[in-house]
Design a binder for this molecule. Sequence first.
Ligand SMILES: [Zn+2]
Length: 264
Amino acid sequence: MPYLTQLADVARSTGSPVTEVAGWKTRGHGPQPEVQGIVCHHTAGPAGGGDYPSLAAVRDGRPGLDGPLSHFGLGRSGHIYVIAAGRCWHNAPSTSPYHDNSSSIGIEAENNGTQPWPDAQKDAYIRLCAELCREFGLPASRVKAHREVNTSKPDPHSIDMNDFRAAVAARIEGKLSWTEEIVKDLPMIRLGDDNYDVKTVRGCLFARGRVPVSAYEQVGLEDWLKSTRCDPGLVELVRGFQHAEGIEEDGFVGPETWPSLLRV
Ligand SMILES: [Zn+2]
């Protein structure tokens, strides 16, 4: 098996935002010999410091262990960082022949080892594992915690791996995730609509910093936010948001735009 240059596309198929870390396609301790399993880790990084403060350590290594230390990083927000396409030093010695460095993919999720897991991060963790299982033809049973395949490791802390694997299996079978459940019940919003969900669009745009003072100075912010009517001014703001997010600028709030507005 060569360098796994499809990993960024696999990550994007989760629907989570993805950053391709410069140089990832040729980063690795040689190519990845095979993919028979997936190993879930936590970084044991700092408690704060942003979305993925362990990036440099996972990419470059630490004293005594050269990077890359895993193929993927997973930020607290659910943002996925694609770090390496070749073999990574994330699990040795392994108690499973399917989960050693030469046979498995590693995911290092940001967590200091005790703090609670944000829902968005855990959801993205499940989706990333499911998409990797799909890509490499693996059952959910091949997704393991580091602590399950290495006798001296505690990570990832507090995640019930049987529940986690059941969620991965459901996702592989095509059931909807909780974020998709939220979005599927939301209507398409277009010019001329007048309903409560238009207020949600206004509130989200404002929360995202996408509403300039000029948009509401005539009526006042409160009345602007309370309006249930989708007027031309709102459609223009939606287009601006879509442009900034790299979504097709059609001015409709539908299945593409709702998830970005809600950050799910
Ligand atoms: Zn680990």
